[in-house]
Design a protein around this ligand. Structure first.
Ligand code: NAD
Length: 445
């Protein structure tokens, strides 16, 4: 009997009244019930997961940089080490792997994720889940096929902040009346002229070919690697072949504040405006606008994303939205709600500004806290498979964000058939749904 079947059968046994006193032994948090996990990307963002991972069995580590691998090995000395994530995944049975945590650069996310799902592994993937709409659709479809046995989570850990629940409650309970529009923004600005030119040779400690992975070839330049731990992503994420700039970076976190409140279906149309398109680098200044269909509790709404200095109009002159680095705003028929990740401001307006139209929840009706974000996934792998940012939710959300970039590159309003995954009113825009990969790399491995 393999480990997972053992856990499943013991969980069943635990449900029987006879073993009720033993229940704790088999509960999600029981020490006897540890996951066998692999960490891919063992420095930078990977190290932010060390403490949570230490509660489980980290059986394998993978990094293309041997110094970073050694760094991870210090924390998890018993783990087997790999340079190539494909070899690690090949060994999943001998390692007894239950799941993987992906903290490598963005251009590898959808590839590693999809290969892992194909091998029946639970996946936690750092944001953004994908770099193109095609990647996001492949990964989401694979997850939907496997959702009755696999737990997934995208690393938008701010989702666990209590403020996310409070914002959802205020919007859905009518504190701003009927919802009409929602906006998110981020004011980070990383100006890059174009891919870095060839400079020097990769150090012996770095397998640059594997770092490039599926991305088209670009010559080595140390500039891609000079960032501080947990911020090195800012050295490469502006380049189209490695990332999507703020859309995939802080956009993944900030649009989550909006999506968590609006129960979004995919948008039906998108348009964008921003600086001139650069074929090598994603834009600094950009705004993208989406038309979202009605759902069971609200009418159709507009959703907007603003970055690099672009901002929605503040409802009050004395509120400078730019002072909220990464924020969201909800516009309703009776007021505005402005939110950062951890706090919010409610601005009722008009004749009803006394808020008598709004019935506040009692304490015990509040959305319960999510708890520890990474551990929500551990527990999901061990039990109910439920996470807050699974590849269905996060896969849809990143598609919306990326559709904004498609509209930006297409240079016009586009209409979107989310079922078919096609732009319907401007065929040329469909070229921006995917991107080329280096020979020898496939996402369906
Ligand atoms: N959730 C958050 O708040 C948050 C914060 C920072 C970064 N991130 C995300 O985490 C990821 C990593 O960011 P970072 O700043 O740590 O980047 P980084 O450039 O420091 O890379 C992280 C690690 O991955 C390794 N690596 C690179 N290519 C690899 C490959 N093909 N296989 C295995 N290992 C590989 C690197 O050597 C490095 O040790 C990014 O996708 C970024 O968006 C998320």
């Amino acid at each position: 009997m393999n480990r997972r079947k053992f856990i499943a059968s013991t969980a069943l046994a635990a449900a029987a009244p006879l073993v009720l006193t033993n229940f704790r032994l088999f509960g999600a948090d029981a020490p006897s019930n540890k996951l066998n996990l692999a960490l891919i990307g063992t420095w930078g963002r990977g190290s932010a997961h060390f403490d949570a991972l230490a509660d489980e069995n980290v059986v394998a580590l993978c990094d293309v940089n041997s110094n970073h691998l050694a760094f991870g090995l210090k924390k998890f000395p018993g783990a087997k080490t790999y340079e190539d994530w494909r070899k690690l995944l090949d060994d999943h049975q001998t390692l007894g792997l239950d799941g993987i945590v992906i903290c490598s650069p963005d251009h590898t996310h959808a590839f590693i994720t999809n290969w892992a799902l194909n091998r029946g592994l639970h996946v936690y993937c750092e944001k953004p889940l994908a770099n193109t709409i095609e990647e996001a659709r492949i990964v989401r479809a694979n997850y939907l096929k496997n959702r009755k046995k696999l737990a997934t989570q995208v690393g938008t850990q701010r989702h666990a902040f209590q403020n996310f629940n409070r914002v959802r409650e205020l919007v859905q309970d009518g504190a701003i009346g009927e919802l009409q529009a929602a906006y998110a923004w981020g004011n980070r600005q990383l100006r890059r002229p174009g891919y870095l030119s060839a400079q020097g040779t990769p150090p012996a400690t770095l397998n640059y070919d594997l770092w490039l992975g599926p991305a088209p070839f670009h010559p080595y330049n140390p500039g891609y690697f000079t960032g501080k731990s947990q911020a090195n992503c800012l050295q490469w994420n502006m380049y189209w072949d490695f990332g999507n700039g703020q859309v995939g970076d802080m956009g993944s976190h900030t649009m989550d504040l909006v999506w968590n409140a609006i129960d979004a279906e995919p948008p039906t149309a998108a348009e964008a405006k921003g600086e001139a398109v650069n074929p090598e680098v994603s834009p600094v200044t950009l705004e993208t606008h989406f038309e979202h269909p009605a759902n069971s509790w609200r009418g159709p709404i507009k959703v907007g994303w603003y970055q690099g200095g672009a901002l929605p109009k503040s409802p009050r002159d004395y509120i400078d939205l730019n002072k909220i680095d990464h924020g969201a705003m909800f516009k309703g028929t009776k007021g505005f709600l402005i939110a950062g990740f951890e706090n919010r401001i409610l601005i009722p307006y008009g004749d009803d500004a006394d808020l008598t139209y709004y019935k506040r929840r009692t304490k015990n009706e509040l959305v319960p806290p999510l708890g520890h974000f990474q551990k929500e996934w551990f527990n999901a792998c061990k039990g109910n498979l439920k996470t807050s940012c699974d590849f269905d939710y996060a896969g849809q959300m990143i598609q919306q964000m990326l559709l904004g970039l498609v509209a930006y590159r297409a240079g016009q309003r586009i209409e979107w058939d989310a079922t078919a995954g096609r732009v319907t009113n401007f065929a040329e825009a469909n070229q921006y749904l995917s991107k080329p990969y280096r020979e020898g790399w496939t996402i369906n491995g």
